[in-house]
Design a binder for this molecule. Structure first.
Ligand code: NAD
Ligand code: LMR
Length: 321
């Protein structure tokens, strides 16, 4: 029997409450029969985590081999095949994700040092807690024993949003849209780029005014819009995107994907940032899709997102070795 060890941080929070049941209902991992699930949260959340454990047990999932709840990160991370890093403060109305930067930087630095100490280099880490790209940067720089390629940040929620908004506009099915790209930061400077999108292998024609005045700002501001209406940040859709992200990394994908990865000079973007780029992902890893033509408008927006990430990197410089 094939069993994987999965750790979720921030397990007593809103995203985890959706993610755990989604993952156990239908494992997104290849050739995996069951998982050992470790749920990590702070000491004050342990009572609530016990209640959550009871709920998971009450589902009698055939995919669950064991479940453990803990506030001890060292025990939680040891022997993990995947660590899904959700544990962080979310923003509330009127805040930008970058307003969380110093609150959450400390969590990611502390946990990075533990991961570096106790995890094997094959461990895969997915960063969700905001500001996700800069938290992933802190994590990446502080885990020299884990290859950069094994640390990614979540951009799939943005890609799903972009596809869904485009599908509605052109009155087509979301699954028929391919090659949607998100460039840059998971923030309001992100760049949803539909210029390469295909609908069942045919080019899609939508007017530039809609792209620039409606499509791009709507995707960029969707997280804030959800907070405005729900009073809380997205949780079920974020969990669904995390599920997709795991699936893509573990099983590969036939479509173009956008994940936050460590840059090394692609498309003239500064090296050493966690930046969303268009990727082909296989079970062997990912490759950046090269030589795409980028129009001037999109190029200008990509530069703004790069500038924001450079600024965020500067703010957290005391957390980088
Ligand atoms: P939440 O407040 O409901 O849950 C966060 C949980 O993290 C809490 O249970 C808290 O106790 C826990 N936590 C705090 N510090 C911790 C630590 N050091 N170790 C372990 N756990 C810790 O928040 P949520 O709605 O689940 O969102 C979690 C994070 O995900 C937020 O930062 C949010 O902004 C972010 N988010 C990112 C995306 C994305 O696309 N990248 C999407 C949605 C939300
Ligand atoms: C989102 O995009 O929904 C999340 O990053 C939460 C937020 O703060 O917007």
């Amino acid at each position: 029997m094939n069993i994987k060890n999965i750790c979720i941080t921030g397990a007593a929070g809103n995203i985890a409450y959706s993610l755990i049941f989604r993952v156990l209902s239908n494992l997104p991992f290849k050739n995996t029969d069951k998982i050992n699930l470790t749920l990590l949260d702070i000491t004050q959340s342990q009572k609530s985590l016990i209640g959550l454990r009871y709920e998971v047990e009450d589902c009698a999932f055939s995919t669950l081999n064991s479940i453990e709840v803990t506030d001890n990160a060292e025990n939680a991370f040891q022997e993990s095949d995947y660590i899904i890093m959700v544990g962080a403060k979310p923003r509330s109305k009127g805040m930008e994700r970058s307003d969380l930067i110093l609150d959450n930087a400390n969590i990611f630095k502390t946990q990075a040092l533990i991961i570096d100490k106790v995890c094997s280099p094959s461990t895969k880490v997915i960063v969700v807690g905001n500001p996700a790209n800069t938290n992933a940067l802190i994590l990446n720089y502080n885990t020299p024993s884990i290859p950069n390629r094994n640390i990614t940040s979540l951009m799939k929620l943005d890609q799903n949003r972009a596809k869904s908004i485009l599908a509605e506009k052109i009155n087509e099915q979301v699954e028929d849209i391919q090659q949607m790209i998100i460039w840059g930061n998971h923030s309001t400077t992100q760049v949803p780029d539909l210029s390469n999108c295909l609908l069942n292998a045919e080019q899609i024609n939508v007017d530039d005014i809609w792209i620039q005045n409606t499509f791009i700002p709507k995707v960029q501001k969707r997280g804030g819009e959800i907070i405005e209406f729900r009073g809380l940040s997205s949780a079920a859709s974020a969990a669904s995107a995390i599920y997709d992200h795991i699936n893509i990394i573990d099983n590969g994908s036939n479509s173009w994907e956008s994940l936050g990865i460590m840059t090394s000079g692609e498309y003239d973007i500064e090296s050493g940032l966690m930046f969303s780029l268009p990727l082909n992902v296989t079970t062997e890893g990912y490759q950046v899709i090269k030589d795409l033509k980028i129009d001037t408008y999109i190029k200008t927006l990509i530069k703004l997102s790069e500038k924001e990430l450079l600024k965020e990197r500067d703010i957290v410089k005391s957390y980088l070795p």
